[in-house]
Ligand binder design. Structure first.
Ligand SMILES: [Fe+2]
Length: 244
């Protein structure tokens, strides 16, 4: 059973599916591969996509209606993936409905060449606002070392990595990802699915990690840590969150 906290399933919002059938195909495929909890996270990036909370709510309701009868045991939440161009994401500051599953958790992404200083300051800003920064696809930020990631985790950031990491080319890159996993610097593996077939990669990555690191560790990364974060933790606390 999987808990996917990052995907682009809502249609007509961003670079996910264009129409309802694409959205239904994605949720069907996610369910087929074992997803039982999911947070849909359209891009909040006003530079690239027009932001309309009303449209997001409408399409989200369509998704709930479709799924309720077909997949009654699938729990679906709403979130967003916030693009942080500055150290102070306006969407969070203005209290827009961009938080994850109604919690004080913000899924954030940056430009790939962002450096540690930028990300470190952003994490501090969000923590000072009582928000838990959930970092999207950490594997994209080539300037971050394991030590850097450990530092932002200590400040309360939660770290996610896309399941497609295991398909990436380059021995050095791969070694880095495995080292991060081994040192428990990754909390959650996400699909970041934009198309139905991305759930096959998510599923294959789980099986790959079961072989490489054991079922217990794979289950922590694909379900339990997300469950702990979204369904059991007290996020009113200002203490750094520790997924372990
Ligand atoms: Fe994404």
């Amino acid at each position: 059973m999987f808990f996917d906290i990052h995907c682009h399933i809502l249609y007509g919002i961003d670079d996910g599916p264009d129409n309802p059938s694409g959205m239904f195909e994605m949720i069907k495929t996610a369910y087929f591969y074992g997803v039982r909890k999911i947070i849909v996270t359209p891009h909040h990036n006003p530079m690239l996509f027009k932001y309309s909370p009303e449209t997001e709510s409408k399409v989200f309701s369509e998704l709930l209606d479709y799924s309720a009868v077909r997949f009654p045991d699938l729990k679906i939440y709403k979130g967003n993936e916030i693009f942080a161009y500055t150290r102070f994401p306006g969407a969070v500051a203005e209290n827009m409905p961009v938080f994850m599953a109604g919690k004080n958790i913000a899924l954030v992404e940056f430009l790939p060449d962002s450096d540690f200083r930028f990300i470190h300051e952003l994490v501090i800003t969000l923590r000072s606002m009582g928000v838990v920064p959930l970092i999207a696809h950490i594997e994209r930020y080539g300037k971050l070392s394991g030590k850097n990631i450990s530092e932002i985790k200590k400040l309360g950031a939660v770290i996610s990595m896309n399941s497609s990491f295991y398909l990436k080319k380059g021995l050095l890159k791969k070694r880095k990802y495995y080292r991060l996993l081994k040192k428990n610097l990754i909390d959650i593996i996400t699909s970041d699915a934009h198309r139905a077939e991305d759930y096959r990669i998510f599923y294959d990555c789980y099986n790959f990690l079961v072989k490489k690191s054991g079922r217990n560790k794979a289950d922590m990364l694909f379900y339990q840590n997300a469950y702990n974060l979204f369904e059991t933790s007290d996020l009113n606390s200002a203490e750094p969150y520790d997924a372990k």
